[in-house]
Write a protein that binds this ligand. Structure first.
Ligand code: GLC
Length: 553
């Protein structure tokens, strides 16, 4: 079947289901809730949905620890509710993509339970190794979430590899039976009618032969031996076979990838995936992980944006995002909570007019900010808990550790969606499974629906504009001020049509002068956060001011 690359014209909305909307009052977001909010998602101009995992799961990593790949968790309403949502989305012309999490399973998955008992054919479904002399670990790799990457299993009397939580054993993708299981999962969901997959940490699936020690990467030791491993492209090509009769969209999540390497995966000439979730745009205020924070650098952000825009151009397609369930809220990081609405709008302009398929994460469109619990015990996330108890404990007093978590934790962005100023932010009529951010009375959908200048309505307008402008889909990209630490000024150009986007990332006034080739009097201001008109060929910015000018076309 033709691969039409329909995703190039769409804007996706990411649903992290347990915090989106509770339709049955049990305190847990579910698909009944999603069904009720399909019109809302459509009203944003989003015509695609990415669902974070909905499958049965013990919930050690909020669903990224799957115990059955071919079903929908009863908590979410089961398969019946899923079908209803899928049909409802399709009726509205929306596409639906699922999370495919096959680097690891839950330790409660039947495969693992049989593998640890050496029951055929599951014996080698996972990466098992005997202890080295003296009971030592098989190698020095770290897991991303919970200390060392090896866990001793009393039943099998061997270690198993877990690159994430202890309850997330890594599958042995070198085993052809495991790859066949992955193909079965793909077939199953395609038969249900889904339109594609977001493939979780897919660049980790092939580990280097012999699992050697890693001396290069102190914080994430091992990653140089399991990221972009030796057979990753072969395995992805095998999986791609299952997609050839379907017109799908596939996204690979890829930690530590730069555009050059990404092209090996996503070059339209011979790639195995359509686009990638790269992390460089999340690295403007940290190194390697959110837990190694740095002051925000606009230059770093622009360098990341620019590299991806220019290096993929004409060869591959960008996935554009500023938030997802793995990172703190972007206004709290790159913007300003004091100028929440203004900076939220500037951030929206900073990415929505680039080339690629944008993703909006639930709550981003209303400018939700980081959640800051008073006690560490309130954190739910396995990664946050580990960092609090171990990594940060070594060198920081309690108060600072907590502050660090506020800044770095994934839970900062996982609190329930703020629908209204009513109890529990209108998320549930029951007791919410997780804390609601206290600021819901001032930050919520209902209020913003009624305010023409709200961030929510700004997102709607920005998405509507981008969809109507060919230059956004096709145009070239130029960063006019790569060295400025306060302004992001980029232009797009396509067959005589031009777009100039100006975003201030600071509170103080900055003098902006139009770049050469942009006679501002010929430009039309199509979007801005202060509604200002032109003052000559430049202006002095207001706090976090943003403007989008359109020329010609
Ligand atoms: C990905 C997911 C993240 C999860 C991890 C392990 O990074 O986005 O939420 O914890 O993989 O599956």
């Amino acid at each position: 079947m033709a691969h039409t690359r329909w995703y190039k014209d769409r804007v996706f909305y990411q649903i992290w289901p347990r915090s989106f909307f509770d339709g049955n009052g049990d305190g847990f977001g579910d698909l009944i809730g999603v069904y009720e909010k399909l019109d809302y998602i459509q009203s944003l101009g989003c015509d695609g949905i990415w669902f974070s995992p909905l499958y049965p799961s013990p919930g050690a990593d909020c669903g990224y620890d799957i115990s059955d790949y071919m079903d929908i968790d009863a908590l979410y309403g089961g398969m019946e509710a899923f079908k209803k949502v899928l049909d409802g989305a399709h009726e509205r012309g929306m596409k639906v993509i699922m999370d495919l999490v096959v680097n690891h399973t839950s330790d409660e998955h039947e495969w693992f339970q049989k593998s640890r008992r050496r029951i055929a054919p599951y014996t080698d479904y996972y990466i098992w190794r005997p202890a080295l002399p003296g009971g030592k670990l098989p190698n020095n790799w770290d897991s991303q979430f919970e200390g060392k990457a090896w866990q001793w299993d009393e039943v099998r009397q061997e270690y198993y590899l877990h690159l994430f939580a202890v309850k997330q054993p890594d599958l042995n993708m070198d085993n052809p039976l495991v790859r066949e299981e992955v193909r079965k999962i793909l077939r199953f969901w395609l038969e249900q009618g889904v339109d594609g997959f977001r493939e979780d940490v897919i660049t980790f699936i092939s580990k280097k032969d012999g699992l050697p020690n890693d001396y290069l990467m102190p914080v994430v030791r091992g990653i140089s031996h399991y990221n972009h491993g030796p057979r990753v492209h072969d395995y992805l090509r095998e999986f791609q076979q299952e997609l050839k009769d379907h017109d799908t969209f596939t996204i690979g999540e890829a930690p530590l990838v730069a555009p050059g390497l990404a092209l090996d995966y996503i070059d339209e000439a011979d790639g195995q995936l359509d686009t990638m979730i790269q992390f460089q745009c999340m690295g403007a205020d940290c190194v390697l992980t959110d837990y190694l924070p740095l002051p925000f650098s606009l230059r770093r952000l622009k360098r990341a944006f620019g590299q991806w825009q220019t290096k993929l151009r004409g060869r591959a397609w960008n996935m554009l995002y500023l938030e997802n369930h793995d990172h703190p809220r972007v206004i709290s990081r790159y913007g300003s909570e004091k100028y929440r609405v203004e900076s939220g709008k500037a951030l929206a302009c900073a990415y929505l007019f680039q080339q690629g398929t944008p993703f909006v994460y639930q709550g981003q469109e209303i400018g939700m900010t980081n959640w800051r619990p008073a006690k560490a015990i309130d954190y739910e996330d396995v990664q946050t808990r580990w960092h609090y108890e171990n990594f940060l404990a070594g060198f920081l007093p309690d108060r600072l550790r907590l502050k660090w978590c506020h800044r770095s934790s994934r839970d900062s962005a996982r609190t329930p969606m703020q629908w209204s100023a009513e109890e529990n932010a209108g998320f549930t009529t029951g007791t919410p499974w997780f804390h609601v951010n206290e600021n819901y009375r001032s930050i919520n959908v209902a209020d913003q629906e009624n305010d023409p200048n709200s961030l929510l309505n700004f997102y709607r307008e920005a998405i509507r504009l981008r969809k109507g402008l060919r230059v956004v889909r096709e145009g070239s990209y130029v960063d006019h001020k790569p060295f400025s630490g306060s302004l992001y000024v980029y232009s797009r150009e396509w067959q005589g049509e031009k777009l100039l986007v100006i975003c201030s990332f600071v509170e103080r006034p900055v003098k902006f002068e139009a770049p050469q080739g942009f006679e501002m009097i010929y430009g039309r201001l199509i979007l801005s956060n202060y509604g200002s008109q032109l003052d000559g060929n430049g202006f002095i910015t207001k706090p976090y001011e943003c403007r989008v000018y359109h020329f010609g076309g």
